[in-house]
Design a protein around this ligand. Structure first.
Ligand code: HSE
Length: 440
């Protein structure tokens, strides 16, 4: 790294000219003077690299050095900072970042999968070469949550971090709630609008949220853990009936990611759809918007809400990191020395202790509710409420009815065992639907 006190330009090498890459070029160009003032020196795009050189990007790139192979950006002696906007946990993005570290270049990346899966190893490598590796854009695009945790909340011990971390899922669930339309129907619309990732499974099956949550947990709590142990459940099985019943009970269904620090130094990391009370701030975060909440011992409750993706917001986050590097204002990747992070095990879902929404579809005859209640009693599970609508919307079949149960907080292990028993009762016509309730 060069000395930031010298007023010489900081030269960038940008790998990847998709939405975010072009956004960074545009932002640096449009706000050149402001950025120079705030960075204390000019920021210059020196070299670029992307898959397709011929693609029309509505931008004059002729005076920028073009590298056919992005890995050459890391070896280019005139590049000070490598901006990795390729994406993907492995392959070129990973090689580029490793090579940049070896060549003592600062790195800015927007790559959540890379940081979630290789963050600890990269933190160690970056520290050994004394180069900064910044990743504000990797979590929730334009929401400055990395800086908030690393800097603004640096003095506090956090107890919980979480929120709505995927715009695609939030758009789908919001639209289902507003229109009563079906999941698949709205997914197709979301893909046409360009919100969903190239592979929609990354969004709707919860992996994208898990990547972001994993980063927030390491940063906020100072632990390393096995990424695959994060409990992840997506939104494919959410249907309009459950959204409707949840509303009737005063809840909204959202996909949430929650990281909770327990007193025994264990972490609970979970991604799943949840019923949020309509009085909670997260329940009112709609459309593609993301929101992140933190709960700290001294700082209390905080919520940041904004665009989790998109050209302008994500480019703003990338440029904030670039300005920090220009100023020499860099902090270790996880906010602390890499070897201060402690390994821990994640709590398995069977040990979660939550309230649950359960929907059963049953034959409408005497004794059914009593049979269900008996199983709950046998497993020492406590019920909070029961809702039954005669001839409701789910099926038109004669003498059948949906029953919605809400439990008090119970150990998930007992709940799952009880539901297995209930499913076997002759009057139960479908596999029970179960959704966790997220409330204080
Ligand atoms: N596809 C993500 C979302 C944005 O829908 O929020 C990038 O993480």
């Amino acid at each position: 790294m060069d000395n930031p006190s010298v007023n010489k330009p900081l030269n960038l090498g940008i790998a990847g000219l998709g939405t975010v890459g072009i956004g960074v070029l545009r932002l640096l160009q449009n706000n050149e003077k402001t950025i120079t003032n705030r960075a204390g020196r000019p920021i210059r795009i020196y070299a670029i690299s992307a898959k397709n050189r011929q693609k029309n990007r509505n931008m004059d790139l002729s005076n920028l050095k073009w590298h056919e192979n992005p890995l050459n950006l890391a070896k280019d002696p005139n590049v000070d900072v490598v901006i990795e906007l390729i994406g993907g946990a492995h392959g070129t993005a990973y090689e580029l970042v490793c090579s940049a570290i070896e060549n003592k270049k600062a790195i800015v990346t927007a790559n959540k999968a890379l940081i979630a899966l290789h963050g600890n190893e990269l933190a160690k490598k970056a520290a050994s070469q004394n180069v900064p590796l910044l990743f504000e854009a990797a979590v929730a695009g334009g929401i400055p949550i990395i800086k908030t945790i690393k800097e603004a909340l640096a003095a506090d011990r956090l107890i919980q971090i979480g929120g709505i971390l995927n715009g695609t899922c939030n758009y789908i669930l919001t639209t289902m709630t507003k229109t009563g339309r079906d999941f698949n129907d709205i997914l197709k619309e979301t893909q046409k609008l360009g919100y969903a990732e190239a592979n929609p499974s990354t969004d709707i099956d919860g992996l994208d949220t898990a990547h972001k949550l994993s980063i927030l947990a390491s940063l906020g709590f100072g632990y390393t853990f096995n990424f695959d142990d994060i409990y992840v459940e997506g939104i494919r099985n959410i249907n309009p009936y459950d959204i409707h019943y949840a509303q009737e009970l005063g809840y909204t269904i959202k996909l949430i990611g929650i990281a909770q620090h327990h007193q025994n130094n264990k972490l609970e990391l979970r991604v799943h759809p949840a019923l949020l009370p309509n009085t909670s701030p997260l329940s009112r975060v709609n459309g593609v918007i993301n929101a992140i909440t933190t709960q700290g011992e001294f700082s209390g409750y905080l919520m940041l809400e904004g665009a989790g993706a998109g050209e302008g917001p994500t480019a703003t986050a990338v440029c904030a990191d670039i300005i920090d590097i220009a100023r020499g204002n860099t902090i270790p990747m996880w906010g602390t020395d890499w070897n201060e992070l402690r390994p821990t095990n994640l709590i398995p879902n069977t040990d979660f202790n939550k309230a649950y929404y359960i929907r059963l579809f049953v034959e409408d005859k005497p004794g059914v509710v009593a049979d269900i209640a008996t199983v709950f009693k046998d497993y020492n599970l406590s019920l909070r409420s029961l809702l039954q609508h005669k001839n409701h919307i789910i099926h038109n079949a004669e003498n059948t009815v949906p029953i919605v149960l809400v439990t008090h907080k119970n150990k998930e292990n007992s709940l799952l065992k009880a539901l297995k028993e209930i499913h076997k009762l002759p009057a139960i016509l479908e596999k029970p639907i179960v959704i966790r309730i997220e409330e204080p």
